[in-house]
Design a binder for this molecule. Structure first.
Ligand code: BG6
Ligand code: MG
Length: 224
């Protein structure tokens, strides 16, 4: 068995938009008078927009007081903040090591997929000018369940015609690592050893992502 495909998360892996999501939720939380910090934000990583809002509202004791349309308006306001924050993204905003990794995966003849919960993913790939690398970009609007459910990674693998056990998933969110493992894939985690503890390989930053090292460890682990 060997690696056939790499499936990437976007926010916090390919570019630092995890930070923009954090800033945008912070602006909305302040408007609502709900406390918000980086520790709490960890729980929102990988989680879709409406579910993230529900978690924030729950924290503020507001979850059951609002109608669906009020919540939709709030989620829309967060997205307005986010859209403004990502306006200036250019190819220079690729995180370190990502351009090299995409190139190495492609040169090795492997397939590449994107498994992001973000409905802004297409816009961001276009701004980064890396859309051509991706053989599939899963549309999160078509999925029944979000991360940590494995559905998004399984859909990417099916699109790529790769068996899940031959796929490497790259994530920065706890929910994402759980989704990759649940899909039966090899999980590469970008983040703290604590947050990424369920990953097969942990790096503290994307600059440490190395194609040869990942494939070598995959081969060792798939033999045992
Ligand atoms: C994920 C992010 O990739 O996308 C989450 O980790 C974000 O923080 C989610 O909430 C949904 O993004 P969007 O752009 O559809 O609001
Ligand atoms: Mg992420």
């Amino acid at each position: 068995m060997d690696v056939k495909a790499f499936i990437f998360d976007l926010d916090g892996v390919i570019t630092d938009t995890a930070e923009h999501h954090y800033q945008a939720w912070g602006l909305l939380a302040r408007e609502l008078g709900i406390p918000f910090d980086r520790t709490f934000n960890e729980r929102l990583k990988g989680i879709d927009r409406m579910q993230s809002l529900e978690l924030i509202l729950e924290r503020g004791g507001m979850r059951d007081r609002l109608s669906r349309s009020e919540k939709e308006a709030m989620a829309g306001r967060k997205n307005d903040h986010y859209t403004q924050l990502i306006e200036g993204i250019t190819p220079d905003h690729l995180l370190p090591g990502i351009a090299e990794l995409l190139r190495d995966v492609r040169e090795a003849g492997m397939r590449i997929g994107l498994a992001s919960a973000s409905r802004n993913a297409g816009t961001i790939l276009a701004k980064l000018q890396i859309g051509h690398y991706f053989d599939t970009v899963v549309d999160p609007a078509l999925l029944a369940k979000g991360k940590p459910d494995p559905e998004i990674f399984l859909k990417a693998a099916a699109d790529l015609k790769a068996t899940p056990a031959c796929c490497v998933g790259v994530e920065d969110a706890e929910a994402g690592i759980r989704a990759i493992r649940g899909a039966g894939m090899f999980a590469v985690g970008v983040g703290t050893p604590e947050a990424m503890k369920e990953a097969d390989l942990i790096v503290t930053g994307t600059a440490e992502l190395n194609f040869e090292k990942i494939v070598e460890l995959y081969r060792i682990k798939s033999k045992v």
